[in-house]
Design a protein around this ligand. Structure first.
Ligand SMILES: Nc1ncnc2c1ncn2[C@@H]1O[C@H](COP(=O)(O)OP(=O)(O)O)[C@@H](O)[C@H]1O
Ligand SMILES: [Mg+2]
Length: 273
């Protein structure tokens, strides 16, 4: 996990010191099933994410990766199984959903910033609405988190005045401003221009080094290899293979993992060495 930082951001942002994590509980998923109509998309997923652990989820499009993340914070309702997250029993019908969600930060491929709010306001709104903070306190926390992602100087910009990578860093700051104990990332760099990908991965790497518990769906194999404590390969709604990155990416055991990695690592069809 603490490999040297050779991301393009290098030491450009002194974020590591500020990116503090408050991880007390991880996340446990037992026999999770999710269907849309007759189509079963998650077919019995069991997974434990320990406090402070970084788990990267890889797998082909349509394999259920986003659905898995969305079930963890109840953006989707599981059909069967049990999920505990940040000390909450997410599958208890009486769970305090807003309290639970406040503990789970989520970053989407498409940023999902409010377009009519500045970066600062985007970071502050949920602190005020969900945590009941006043403006001064929420703005101070937001500025600190924007600083941690290297963007405090752009706090007054609107999303359309920011690059994709900057918007994604605002989205990360917004999630962190809620002081979550678990962060979920769903292909956070897939929609970015290549030159801004490194900045976002750099922030995520620093967050991992600060001890945040993270589940990251990504096609960035370099990031997975360097940062993940564990890599999961999903296909067809099941976990096919999991283990340390050096095993799953470097020496995959299952044919399905092997053929997926061959496609991702050699997308132009170049035969492997
Ligand atoms: N809201 C939905 N309604 C119906 N089918 C869905 C819905 N969301 C996802 N699916 C289907 O579930 C499968 C898994 O989707 P998803 O979790 O987005 O996969 P991934 O993130 O791995 O690409 C896909 O076949 C997708 O079409
Ligand atoms: Mg997806």
């Amino acid at each position: 996990m603490s490999t040297p930082d050779h991301s393009p951001t290098g030491g450009g942002m002194s974020a590591a010191a500020g990116l503090a994590a408050t991880t007390a509980e991880g996340c446990t998923i037992t026999d999770l099933h999710k269907s849309y109509g007759d189509v079963e998309v998650l077919k019995g997923i069991s997974l434990t994410v320990n406090p402070g652990e970084v788990v990267c989820v890889i797998g082909p499009s349509g394999s259920g990766k986003s659905t898995l993340l969305r079930c963890i914070n109840l953006l989707e309702t599981p059909n069967q199984g049990k999920i505990t997250v940040a000390g909450y029993d997410a599958t208890d019908p009486d769970v305090q959903i807003d309290d639970m969600r406040a503990q789970v930060g989520m970053v989407f491929q498409s940023f999902n910033l409010f377009p009519h709010m500045t970066a600062l306001e985007n970071c502050s709104i949920a602190q005020r609405r969900v945590l009941g903070k006043d403006k001064a306190e929420s703005d101070a926390t937001s500025l600190q988190n924007l600083e941690n992602v290297g963007l405090e100087h752009l706090a007054d910009r609107y999303p359309d005045q920011l690059s994709g990578g900057q918007q994604q860093r605002v989205a990360i700051a917004r999630a962190l401003a809620m002081n979550p104990s678990l962060m979920l990332f769903d292909e956070p760099t897939s929609a970015l221009d290549p030159e801004t990908v490194g900045d976002v991965l750099g922030v995520m790497r620093q967050l991992a080094e600060a001890g945040m518990t993270m589940v990251v769906v990504t096609h960035e194999m370099g990031f997975a290899r360097d940062v993940a404590d564990r890599v999961l390969f999903m296909d067809g709604g099941v976990l096919v293979e999991e283990g340390p990155a050096k095993d799953v990416i470097g020496n995959p055991q299952h044919e399905r993992t092997q053929s997926f990695l061959a496609r991702v690592l050699h997308p132009d069809g170049t035969p492997e060495g």
